[in-house]
Design a protein around this ligand. Structure first.
Ligand code: GUN
Length: 294
C-alpha cells in the first residue's frame, strides 16, 4: 500500500480561511473583533520565528494582535504583572506566553496566572481538567490539529485502536484524551514502554510525539494504519547542512500506512491554524455567542 499524504499546509489554509470568515461575521453581526496577545521573553531564535508567524497569521485572519517582546532579564513578577494586565483587558480574548521561558521564571506559575477562558494554548490546569472530565475546555492546539486531520481522513474512529507515543502535557496526554472522546481504544506509549514495535504493530492510528528522530520504524506500522507525526527534529546531513525529520521513519512507513503526515508540511502548519480557531472560540464564549451559529 502507498499512503495518501495528509497535506497539513493545504488543510491549515482551509481552516484559516474559515476562521477569517468567522472573524468577519463576529465583526459584522456582533461588533466584536477577536484579539490575541502573544508574549515572548528573551531572544530564542526558533521561538522568535514561531511568534512572528503567529502574529502575522493573526493579522491575516482579520483579528487584533499584540506582540510583546520582553527582555531576557524580565523577572517572574514583571511577567506576572503583564499577564494580569492582559487578563484585565477586555479587548484581549486570547493570551499566549511563548515557551520555553528563561530558567529564572517558573513556567507553571505563569501558565496558572493566565485567565483560563483566555488560555488559547489550553495549558492551564483548569483546561486540562475540563478536557479530562468532558467539560468545555480550551484544547491544546497541536493535538486539536491532529484530531481534525484524523477526522478528515478517517471519519468515525469508533472502536479503532489508537497509539499515542509520548506523554507530554502539551501533546501526548491531551491527544489521548481527544482520541478517547472519539471512541478509540487508546494506548499511551513512552520512553519506558517495553516493546514499542509490538504496540505500533497493533495500532490503527499512530500519533508520534516523542521528539526522537525516526524512532518509529516503518516496518513496525500495521498495513493500512493512519500515521500522524508530530515530531520536528533537526538532524545533520552528510553535506554538513541540516534537515527536518519526524519521529517516524517516513518513507518506509508510507509504504505500509494508508495515510501519513509528512514532516515538514503535516502537523506543523495546523498548530497555528488551531491557535486562531481557539481565539475565535474563546471570543465567542466570552461574549455568549454560539460559535456553531456563526
Ligand atoms: N512553544 C512551542 N510551541 C508552543 C505552543 O504551542 N505554545 C506556547 N505557548 N509555546 C510554545
Amino acid at each position: 500500500m502507498t499512503a495518501k499524504i495528509i497535506d497539513g499546509k493545504a488543510f491549515s489554509a482551509k481552516v484559516r480561511a474559515a476562521v477569517a470568515t468567522d472573524v468577519e461575521t463576529l465583526k459584522a453581526k456582533h461588533g466584536v473583533t477577536p484579539g490575541l496577545a502573544v508574549v515572548i521573553v528573551g531572544k530564542d531564535p526558533a521561538s522568535e520565528i514561531y511568534v512572528r508567524n503567529k502574529v502575522k497569521q493573526t493579522a491575516e485572519a482579520g483579528m487584533n494582535g499584540w506582540h510583546y517582546e520582553l527582555p531576557a532579564e524580565t523577572t517572574e513578577a514583571e511577567l506576572l504583572a503583564k499577564v494580569e494586565a492582559l487578563n484585565a483587558d477586555p479587548a484581549v480574548n486570547g493570551i499566549l506566553v511563548q515557551l520555553p521561558l528563561p530558567k529564572h521564571i517558573n513556567e507553571s506559575a505563569i501558565i496558572a496566572a493566565i485567565a483560563p477562558e483566555k488560555d488559547v494554548d489550553g495549558f492551564h490546569v483548569i483546561n486540562s481538567g475540563l478536557l479530562a472530565t468532558g467539560g468545555r475546555a480550551m484544547v491544546p492546539c497541536t493535538p486539536l490539529g491532529c484530531l481534525l486531520m484524523l477526522k478528515d481522513t478517517l471519519g468515525d474512529m469508533t472502536g479503532m485502536k489508537a497509539l499515542v507515543v509520548g506523554r507530554s502535557n502539551i501533546v501526548g496526554k491531551p491527544m489521548a484524551q481527544l482520541l478517547l472522546d472519539a471512541n478509540c481504544t487508546v494506548t499511551i506509549a513512552h520512553s519506558r514502554t517495553r516493546d514499542l514495535a509490538a504496540e505500533v504493530a497493533q495500532a490503527d492510528i499512530v500519533v508520534a510525539a516523542v521528539g526522537v528522530p525516526e524512532l518509529i520504524k516503518g516496518a513496525w506500522v500495521k498495513e493500512g494504519a493512519t500515521v500522524i507525526d508530530v515530531g520536528m527534529n533537526r538532524i545533520p546531513k552528510e553535506d554538513g547542512k541540516t534537515k527536518l525529520v519526524g519521529d517516524v521513519e517516513y518513507a518506509a512507513a508510507a509504504e505500509r500506512a494508508s495515510a501519513i503526515t509528512p514532516v515538514p508540511g503535516g502537523v506543523g502548519p495546523m498548530t497555528i491554524a488551531m491557535l486562531l480557531r481557539n481565539t475565535v472560540t474563546a471570543t465567542c464564549r466570552q461574549n455568549n455567542i454560539d460559535p456553531d451559529a456563526l
